[in-house]
Design a protein around this ligand. Structure first.
Ligand code: C2O
Ligand code: CU
Length: 436
């Protein structure tokens, strides 16, 4: 596989933007590979800046994780680097740059790992990559960050965050106002469209590649049957909509019976993203604006509340070590402390030991939501009444605490951070390390 990140013009569907993307495409090419196969990907950097690729969610060898300078040197402009690793687990994953604000440009794509032995009950797959878009619209992510540092964020709703079943993130709508929301690189005025026959069962694989936006995903008049999150299977659950933080994924099946849009509604922001499912070329009859409003006001499903299948549930064990991840901010200059300090790959690493059960207590002291991601492992969310979903990224609502458990089976230096691109740039990250 060859990746050429470069400056390029992209048509978002009647909106042309100059941005940075892989091989001139948005999203980057879909990678499909079988579990257990070796993947080799050569990156030839045509950007005017350092870059890297991170394979989000995969528990691969540490020096292929793509996090400069923690796991490799950055790939310099005109330089190249070959990623070479064996893919361990099946599921819906994705890849993106892990340098600066580059993830808020076009440097991302889907990575689907298939298990040839998996029993399936659907006819077709449909991959949806969601994104919030601002690059090349008169500004770019570096300028957005500059402005946040100078002027800070939008004000919070009066009374502060209020977490409820209909507002699981407390009404926090992120820090950046985006002109566009995309599914598979298209604006809703000219969406991606796919043709199916009535009665076909579709498996959606949905990836939130956004930088500052959680999305609720829903299909009018359909119940989604959620079967996996962050690559790992869950006991099937039916819901009208699913909320995904940045970096999170879910897989769901549903049966097509008519032309409908699949809609992604940005949490706390104006607008929506859309992809059209077409049956017999008939136009969809749903009123989009009404549907979007209904989705905003309904109860939605947080994938962290799902129950893992027995096959992927971690054996019961008391944690050998408990780590804290205190999330606070914003402090002056738009900084976002992690355990009271800003991310530093040269110091403050948290030592853990190999072959142990480690718990992370993610304590959100701030008024904003943070999707917290751990590299190199798939943790299990700790519920009050037993284990919840295996995930690699979890939503931590304002003022709440989420606990996750994982086994130290993949030695190295692994970053854990907020998947809001601007919060990470503002320092919201730490790292753990252990040796083999
Ligand atoms: Cu998807 Cu450290 O990132
Ligand atoms: Cu954050």
């Amino acid at each position: 596989m060859a990746f050429a990140p470069a400056e390029t013009d992209i048509d978002l569907g009647g909106v042309s933007v100059r941005t940075w993307a892989y091989n001139g495409k948005l999203p980057g090419n879909e990678i499909r590979i079988h579990k257990g196969q070796r993947m080799r990907a050569t990156v030839s950097n045509k950007l005017p800046a350092d870059t890297s690729i991170h394979w989000h969610g995969l528990a691969i060898v540490n020096d292929m994780d793509g996090v400069p300078p923690l796991t490799q040197s950055p790939i310099p402009a005109a330089g190249s680097f070959t990623y070479d690793f064996v893919v361990p687990d099946a599921g819906t994953y994705w890849y993106h740059s892990h340098v600066g604000t580059q993830a808020d440009r076009g440097l991302y794509g889907p990575l689907i790992i298939e298990d040839p032995d998996e029993k399936t009950d659907y006819d077709e797959e449909l991959v949806l990559v969601l994104d919030d878009w601002i690059d090349g619209t008169g500004t770019n992510p570096d300028q957005v960050l500059e402005n946040l540092r100078k002027t800070g964020m939008k004000p919070m709703p009066p009374g502060g965050p209020r977490v409820s079943p209909t507002t699981p993130l407390g009404g926090d709508g992120g820090d950046v106002t985006y002109p566009y929301f995309l599914i598979n690189g298209r604006v809703p005025a000219d969406p991606d469209a796919r043709d199916y026959r009535a009665g076909q069962r579709i498996r959606l694989r949905v990836i939130n590649a956004g930088s500052d936006t959680a999305f609720r995903v829903a299909v009018p008049d359909a119940l989604l049957n959620v079967i996996a999150t962050d690559g790992y299977p869950v006991m099937p659950a039916q819901t009208r909509s699913v909320i995904l933080g940045m970096g999170e994924r879910f897989d769901a099946t549903f049966t097509v019976d008519k032309s409908v849009p699949v809609v992604a509604v940005p949490e706390g922001k104006q607008g929506h993203a859309q992809l059209n499912i077409r049956v017999a070329n008939a136009p969809a009859t749903v009123k989009i604006d009404t549907f979007v409003e209904a989705v905003r006001n309904e109860v939605t499903l947080d994938t962290a509340t799902l129950v893992p299948t027995p096959a992927v549930t971690l054996p019961v064990q008391t944690p050998d070590q408990v780590i804290e991840a205190r999330l606070s901010g914003p402090d002056s200059g738009y900084t976002w402390p992690f355990n009271g300090k800003l991310y530093d790959p040269t110091k403050d690493g948290i030592p853990v030991k190999r072959d142990q059960r480690v718990r992370i207590r993610m304590i959100n002291e701030s008024m904003m939501f943070h999707p917290i991601h751990l590299h190199g492992h798939t943790f299990q969310v700790a519920g009050d009444n037993g284990p919840l979903a295996r995930k690699d990224t979890v939503l931590v609502p304002p003022k709440e605490t989420v606990q996750v458990d994982f086994d130290t089976k993949n030695p190295g230096k692994w970053i854990t951070h907020c998947h809001n691109t601007y919060h990470l740039e503002g320092g919201m990250g730490g790292w753990i390390f252990y040796e083999s």
